[in-house]
Design a protein. Structure first.
Length: 361
């Protein structure tokens, strides 16, 4: 078969063809049908053989233009924009402010409006400063929860972040105004930490750095008050058994540095702060504790297990994991700033050192 084709091709190539035929409807014709040509005629120099095969490409245009895609975002795999539900958004705002006011009025005795100077993290402050860490992390978490709520109500991502952080700050302001009418008083230190927490939530979300840096609330079993050192409770709540945490996520950090972290992507490096005994024990054994620990990044584990982040329940689950520490999922060391002493390894629990109160007995 191949030999036959080659033979036919050679035969065709030996024939003379005219490049410019006399008839306008004949582009190429056999030399036998054309008039005799001179040896130096360009048509003989540039003779073109007849092609072995002919291909015909048929194009047909439709009578009407195809219909446009009604929702191009669906083709690109992007969720379609929804019309925001404004009324539920207002309800979220009003409910947040009402809850903040109720929280402040529930905890103290009413008095005329006044300010108070609580200071920040000093040893002799009424909570050892953990309430300031609490205000920062609590309102950071509140801003993220409110951002999630506004996104689920159909607001754009940036508007949700602005509204979430803004409502979080307004809730903090409402709390302080309410505290100003109770025995607590309006604390500018608390409001500064509220604003800092809400603004940090917005900044990290808007820049995308929330995949690398985060803040969480942690709880654990606190040490029992030793019989030697119990004192009458002061006002305010006891923060023993709580820690407020700032996380460095290896998964996000490695991605930014273009590294392969291996199993380290499932880990967090955490700094935490808490106090022990600032409401129920005598001052000499109270503890201000700053700690460092390595913990599990459950969000990275969930991502590798295929938990979706495009459904409301998936986003809600990621939000919860990124805001709250699951007990006993981190281990590290804590340093008592009041007594210059290390404790650990520990998952949070820190015993009292009663030697200061008993003289070593």
């Amino acid at each position: 078969m191949m030999a036959a084709l080659l033979s036919a091709s050679a035969a065709e190539a030996s024939a003379d063809y005219a490049l410019f035929p006399a008839a306008s409807d004949q582009l190429l014709s056999a030399g036998t049908a054309a008039p005799q040509q001179a040896l130096g005629d360009p048509a003989r120099i540039f003779a073109v053989p007849r092609p072995i095969c002919e291909f015909q490409l048929g194009l047909r245009f439709p009578s009407a233009a195809p219909a446009l895609v009604s929702n191009p975002r669906s083709v690109l795999g992007v969720e379609p924009a929804r019309k925001p539900n404004v009324l539920p958004g207002v309800v979220v705002l009003v409910g947040s402010l009402a809850g903040s006011a109720s929280n402040s009025w529930r905890g103290g005795r009413f008095s005329t409006f006044h300010f108070t100077n609580e200071e920040f993290f000093g040893r002799n402050t009424y909570t050892g400063g953990v309430d300031k860490a609490s205000h920062f992390v609590d309102y950071n978490v509140a801003a993220r929860v409110l951002t999630f709520a506004y996104q689920e109500l159909g607001f754009t991502e940036i508007r949700s972040q602005l509204y979430g952080s803004g409502v979080s700050f307004l809730a903090g302001l409402t709390t302080e105004i309410g505290d100003g009418t109770t025995s607590y008083g309006f604390s500018y230190e608390d409001l500064v930490m509220d604003a800092f927490g809400a603004a940090t939530a917005f900044g990290l979300a808007a820049t995308g750095w929330d995949d690398t840096i985060g803040f969480r609330i942690g709880r654990f079993n606190s040490a029992k008050t030793p019989p030697c050192c119990y004192t009458n409770a002061s006002y305010g709540r006891d923060y023993s058994g709580e820690m407020y945490m700032g996380d460095l996520k290896f998964d996000g950090l490695a991605r930014r540095l273009k590294l392969r972290p291996g199993v380290a992507r499932y880990l967090l490096l955490t700094m935490n702060y808490g106090t022990n005994g600032y409401r129920y024990v005598t001052g000499e054994i109270r503890q201000r504790l700053i700690g460092i620990e390595v913990g599990l990044n459950f969000a990275a584990v969930m991502k590798d297990l295929g938990v979706p982040d495009r459904t409301w329940w998936g986003r809600g689950l990621y939000l919860f994991i990124n805001c709250f520490r699951i007990p006993y999922t981190g281990i590290g060391f804590r340093y008592d700033l009041n007594h210059n002493k290390w404790y650990g390894p520990t998952a949070g629990f820190t015993p009292f050192d009663t030697n200061e109160a008993t003289g070593g007995r």
